[in-house]
Write a protein that binds this ligand. Structure first.
Ligand code: PMP
Length: 384
């Protein structure tokens, strides 16, 4: 009868709507968060289709550039601040003493600290080498951080950016005018630990536990240590440290010696002077690197020219607009993919976006021929 027909039609319509809802791209939309600090992490993983097609491997990028302040450093900055709070070194909204976070950084960590400080009621004081890209300086100023621009110098120089930040923090605490914490990203183990607790497990789950290689650069060493330690505890992916020209990690990992023959311990790394890559490469052993060194199987050295070619290639072919350290990781993935069996699954870190590097790295990358291919990227490998 009519009623039966109507109820059958209604049931069918409801099922159809439900089916549509579960197929809808909205089905995984997350609930509202209580502040920007809750938006950190759970970043997407994307297949780099161009490189996958060109190599026969599956190459994926972990899009850390999707964090709210634009880089993997959001995780680190938040964990350093939360750890300081747990230790009683910082107190939110203390009416008697304003809490300050001090850091020496080539940019990304400072931007993350500045954003999180604003969200949690602290102030940020950032010491920055004056050759850092203008975009990063401008972001720090826009976020209201106190910026202390210092001359590029070696770690043994008291005016070097890390030393300058530590001193500024000590001065505030000695004055009694505020509560200062030195974030100390290079030595502070809250750095690698958050990558071990979050970035590593996220990659593992996103790859369904099927991952043959992992590639990251090394600035503080927090990312590669935390992620590699986690992944090696689950299976045995091959871990590659992608190193820019002039950095000492390449020799340290492959030959057991830290420094280029052209460098001396404690000197400013050569590529900071000669090249345009930012955020990775160093010629000293930090606590965050030391803890993870044994999980790294190999280091690959990538030239600026290769990174520039790769950045343009990813932008044109995949719509992936990345910063210099991501491009370096992608070149290492290309080199590794040539050696691995077809179908191998490689994950690289995409630490930040190209928009942070427009005035420096992308000034050169944008003029590369749109038709550049993977062989040409590798061919421009000679050191200048
Ligand atoms: N890429 C960029 C753009 C960075 O700023 C940094 C950190 N300085 C890294 C990569 C390297 O990350 P990590 O410090 O965890 O080694």
């Amino acid at each position: 009868n009519t009623i039966t027909v109507i109820s059958c039609l209604t049931a069918a319509y409801t099922s159809y709507k439900l089916y549509q809802a579960t197929k809808s791209p909205l089905r995984n939309i997350p609930p509202p968060r209580n502040g920007v600090e809750e938006l950190i992490g759970n970043t997407p993983l994307v297949k780099i289709k161009s490189l996958s097609k060109a190599t026969g491997c599956e190459v994926y990028a972990k899009l850390e550039l999707c964090n709210p302040a634009g880089s993997a450093k959001d995780r680190v900055a938040l964990n350093i601040i939360l750890t300081a709070e747990k230790m009683g070194l910082l107190t939110r909204n203390d009416p008697n003493k304003q809490g300050w976070v001090f850091e020496g950084t080539s940019g990304s960590t400072g931007i993350s600290i500045a954003m999180i400080c604003n969200a949690l009621g602290y102030k940020a004081h950032i010491s920055l080498p004056d050759d850092t890209s203008l975009e990063k300086l401008s972001l720090l100023e826009s976020l209201g951080a106190v910026v202390n621009l210092v001359k590029p110098a070696s770690i043994v120089d008291p005016d070097q950016y890390v030393n300058a930040a530590r001193k500024a923090c000590d001065d505030l605490n000695a004055s009694g005018k505020g509560q200062g914490v030195f974030a100390d990203q290079f030595e502070n183990e809250a750095n690698w630990r958050i990558h071990y607790q979050t970035t590593g497990p996220e990659i593992w789950h996103q790859m369904d536990g099927n991952i043959d290689a992992f590639i990251a650069g090394c600035g503080t060493g927090g990312t590669i240590t935390g992620v590699a330690k986690y992944l090696k505890s689950k299976s045995n992916p091959y871990v590659v440290l992608a190193d820019p020209q002039g950095s000492g990690f390449y020799n340290r990992i492959n030959f057991g010696v830290m420094y280029d023959s052209t460098e001396k311990e404690g000197t400013r790394r050569r590529h900071q002077v000669d090249t345009i890559v930012e955020g990775i490469g160093l010629n000293r052993i930090t606590q965050n690197f030391k803890h993870g060194e044994s999980f790294i199987d190999e280091s690959m050295r990538v030239t600026d020219k290769q990174a520039i070619g790769m950045a343009k290639y990813l932008s044109i072919n995949d719509g992936l607009f990345v910063g210099s350290s991501t491009a370096i990781n992608a070149v290492a993935a290309l080199q590794l993919a040539k050696r691995l069996p077809k179908g191998s699954r490689i994950v690289i870190i995409a630490c930040d976006s190209g928009s942070r590097h427009l005035s420096k790295f992308w000034k050169e990358a944008k003029v590369v021929d749109n038709r550049i291919n993977v062989d040409e990227i590798l061919e421009v490998g000679e050191f200048s």
